[in-house]
Write a protein that binds this ligand. Structure first.
Ligand code: FES
Length: 161
């Protein structure tokens, strides 16, 4: 028995590619793509996922005409600042029920959401609010007043100016 000598194939008739080779190439591409996207995901990890927020401490310039016991509400802040004979103090305007912003009134504060009322010191006079409004830290520094929305103090704490 003699074998026929293999004749070289023409360039116009390439050797057929088997299904196994095609599947092997596809799985290699899938693995390479998975590695690429995993690498992209890893490179994104060190970035901060939290948005920066404005500082909770801010400077307050009380109007000269602010009467004793009259609320001053700085724009963009949920705080009411007061001045009286004992000093300056700040009360949070965030309702202790579900967090709506209360409005200063002649008698104290009123919540527009569910009708809670507070007196001028932030004490609950009508529910459903469960707790009094928070008093916030006020500091004088270099002749300027600063209120810290993130720091609560005992009710009745006033800063002499
Ligand atoms: S949120 Fe103020 S009473 Fe409900």
């Amino acid at each position: 028995m003699s074998e026929e000598p293999k004749t070289p194939r023409s360039r116009l008739e390439p050797e057929p590619v088997s299904r196994r080779d095609v599947l092997g190439l596809m799985s290699l591409w899938a693995a390479a793509s998975a590695m690429f996207f995993a690498l992209v995901g890893m490179l994104r990890l060190p970035k901060a996922a939290v948005l920066s927020s404005p500082s909770k401490r801010f400077r307050v310039s009380l109007p000269q005409t602010l009467a004793a016991g009259e609320a001053f509400t700085p724009v963009g802040r949920n705080v009411a600042v007061y001045r009286d004979e004992q000093g300056v103090y700040a009360i949070s305007r965030v309702c202790t029920h579900l967090g709506c912003i209360v409005k200063p009134t002649a008698e104290g504060f009123e919540c527009p959401c569910h009708g809670s009322r507070y007196d001028r010191d932030g004490v609950v006079t009508k529910g459903p609010a469960p707790r009094p409004l928070e008093w916030l830290a006020v500091k004088e520094q270099g002749g300027a007043l600063y209120v810290d929305e993130g720091a609560s103090v005992a009710a009745g704490t006033k800063v002499k100016v």
